[in-house]
Design a protein. Structure first.
Length: 411
């Protein structure tokens, strides 16, 4: 039996979060690597050039100083430096040896001075080379920075952005043009999808409204049989569920876009309104609503932000324990962000099922049909609205059962 091949390993993740505005100072960017590469090459070339010049100079001075171009026969010699020790008088042989030693020492001093000055010059030129290389690398890689900024803006659901890179027809411009073409196709696909959902939702509203009206008229007839009234109530509940699904799809299609018109909205007020709407249902289920809400003003759409709070509070009330349950709703500002936290008691939620809760029509250990607790779009809508406002929503299992939903929005 052949051995099962090992699954391919995932590529290593970066040690820093690209979404984090505070990044490491010395992270291994292409610019720093190019700077080190070109600066290191210049430094190595400078060291080699300095070594060659030093060897040639030492060889030239050695050849010229190996034999004196003159010969002392007789006379008196007076030294002009302290390091040159020459005898005042002596034979010609002694004077020649003393002069040779002085010239050799002078050659060594000249080479040492040449080496010292050259090292200082090389150090200064290396600093200039690294600075110049860093500046040139930044200039060469500036199109990549533009592509990165555009990609980050597109990640914020702004598909209308384009790079439109100017300059020579090189590899970077080809990459930018390819990226623009991809964004164009993505924008068309997303626009068509949102238009289809919006049109389908609008078209379904009218027959659902007519069905609800007809059912309500038949249920208002006191002479209708009991079986017919029971059937009408069942059909009315099904129709109401279909209306919720249509409204949810329409809201989901709207909230996928970036919010254009923004106004100051207090999350504390939004949360209080959501609690007021769910208060009757919470009392009927015996769930306590509590929590302190501090002012946390953000720029956004009040209706959509209220839908986030309403969906989270409704889920917290509906998916709770039978007795002694509670839902805690708090708002505050933290690290320059507005925070809405909804925590509740409830069944134990496995950590591996958290991500599935945000998918449309997904519930915890339930099918998409056969439940009276919603249509399965609440958390999807909440996440979509949070993203449209530049924020995010995180769900964490609560110890003892239940969830802690944390929404962070930029102020």
């Amino acid at each position: 039996m052949a051995a099962t091949p090992a699954p391919p390993q995932a590529p290593p993740k970066p040690t820093w979060d690209p979404r984090d505005p505070v990044r490491p100072l010395l992270r291994p960017t292409i610019r720093i690597r190019l700077t080190l590469l070109y600066g290191g090459m210049f430094l190595i070339a400078g060291i080699l050039l300095l070594s060659i010049i030093y060897l040639f100079t030492a060889q030239a001075l050695g050849d010229s100083a190996s034999e004196l171009p003159f010969k002392v026969v007789k006379g008196e010699v007076q030294p002009t430096t302290s390091w040159c020790q020459l005898p005042a008088t002596g034979t010609g042989e002694q004077l020649n040896e003393a002069v040779s030693a002085c010239l050799q020492h002078q050659r060594d001093l000249a080479l040492d001075d040449l080496l010292r000055r050259s090292l200082f010059a090389l150090l200064g030129l290396s600093i200039i080379a690294f600075a110049f290389g860093y500046a040139m690398a930044g200039r060469v890689l500036s199109p990549l920075g533009r592509i990165t900024r555009t990609a980050r803006q597109v990640a914020g659901s702004d598909l209308a952005r384009r790079i439109e890179l100017d300059g020579p027809d090189d590899e970077l411009k080809e990459l930018a043009d390819t990226f623009d073409e991809m964004l164009e196709r993505l924008e068309r696909a997303f626009t068509a999808q949102q238009r289809f959902v919006a049109n389908a939702s609008h078209e379904l509203r009218t027959p659902l409204a007519i069905n609800r009206t007809l059912l309500e008229v038949h249920l208002s007839d006191p002479g209708a049989p009991v079986e017919l009234q029971q059937l009408g109530k069942t059909l009315l509940a099904t129709n109401e569920r279909s209306e919720q699904l249509v409204e949810g799809l329409l809201l989901l299609a709207r909230s996928d876009n970036q919010i254009v018109e923004r106004k100051p909205v207090d999350l504390a007020e939004v949360a209080s309104r959501a609690i007021d709407q769910v208060h009757a249902e919470a009392v009927a289920k015996g769930v306590e609503l509590r929590g302190e809400r501090e002012a946390a003003v953000v720029q956004g759409n009040g209706v959509l932000l209220e839908r986030i709070a309403l969906n989270l509070v409704q889920n917290a009330v509906r998916y709770n324990v039978a007795e002694g349950g509670w839902v805690e709703v708090t708002t505050e500002t933290e690290h320059g962000q507005a925070v809405l936290v909804v925590s509740n008691t409830g069944p134990v939620v496995p950590a591996y099922e958290i991500d599935n809760l945000f998918e449309p029509f997904r519930r915890l250990r339930q099918e998409r049909t056969g439940s009276d607790k919603g249509v399965g779009l609440g958390l999807s809508i909440a996440r979509s609205v949070a993203r449209a406002h530049g924020g995010r929503i995180i769900a964490e299992p609560r110890e003892g059962g239940g969830l802690v939903m944390r929404v962070t929005l930029p102020i």
